[in-house]
Design a protein around this ligand. Sequence first.
Ligand code: DAH
Length: 353
Amino acid sequence: MISQLESLYQNFLEELKTQKTQAEILNLKADYIGKSGKISEVLKNLKNLSVEEKKEVGPKANKIKDDIANDIANKLQAVEIEEINQKLADNKIDIGLRESVKTTGSRHGGFHPRTLIRQEIEDIFLSMGFDVLDGPHIEDEFHNFEALNIPGDHPARDMQDTFWFKDESSPEGKKHLLRTHTSTIQVRGMLSRKPPFRFIAPGTVFRCERTDASHEMVFQQLEGMMVGENISVGNLIYFMKTTLKEIFKKDVEVRLRPGFFPFVEPGFELDIKCQVCGGKGCSVCKHTGWVELLPCGMIHPNVLRAGGIDPDKYNGFAFGLGLDRLVMMKYGIDDIRHLQSGDLRFNEQFKTY
Ligand code: DAH
């Protein structure tokens, strides 16, 4: 009987190899160890054996039954895993839409050139040890003006045509505004850290002004600030030049001239040779051949003081890069209004895949 059971087990193993689905495997199980299965049939004759024989055959028969049950369980598991893998392969979800674009020809998105340049500049500054900060679009007078050395009656307020919110709680009706520059984040950055520090802060700014080829009401700037001991104009020029070289991947002609901003002293305007016309003169550079790109300077002591920093111990530089102008220079775009026209024919030229 033992050899009968063993050869049944061998047959079972052979048959198991050829079974592919869960149903087939479960049928095979019933065939062998089900109530009227082949093994169970043989074991019905157990009662005819002597006590001695039973002692020998019994455990052996149980072992074969257990082995079959184990083999079945293992095979079921293997088949299940295979089925899951197959399902995953069949139902592959393409979240990037790239595969389906190839097959259906449908449109896919890409980064806006502003985003591409912003990411590139963030990487450059991160590699030079700068943090990247953010700040609110709706600001108060303190962050947008006062802390930046522009008191209420200062004529410099007129330089920045401001969108004010009607504020019933204030006697003049003016308190909150849409930030006119990212310099607001200088103040927030200074108040939330201790020197030495360096950070940049890209963002959208708002000006109530007429639009033309080089002016928009809503545009992007990137503020930068470095505060420490013994920082010089030389440091400022080094960081500005390095950044421009990294962005343009070539030496671009720049010029530095004095510029007035209440929050810096001395203040500079860093201009770049117009990359749209090559310096010949066009609507973007207002026919001067140069574009104001990077106003900057050494931080005014009053600004440091408003940010809780002792100007006798620390100093630093700040800059306010015109991100949209930079995008225009880098890609030779001749009208700033293209940037937020929402025209996909424009945006699609910058797709990176
Ligand atoms: N906030 C100035 C503006 O929007 C730009 C600027 C000039 C920022 C000089 C600076 C700076 O940090 O040092 O007109």
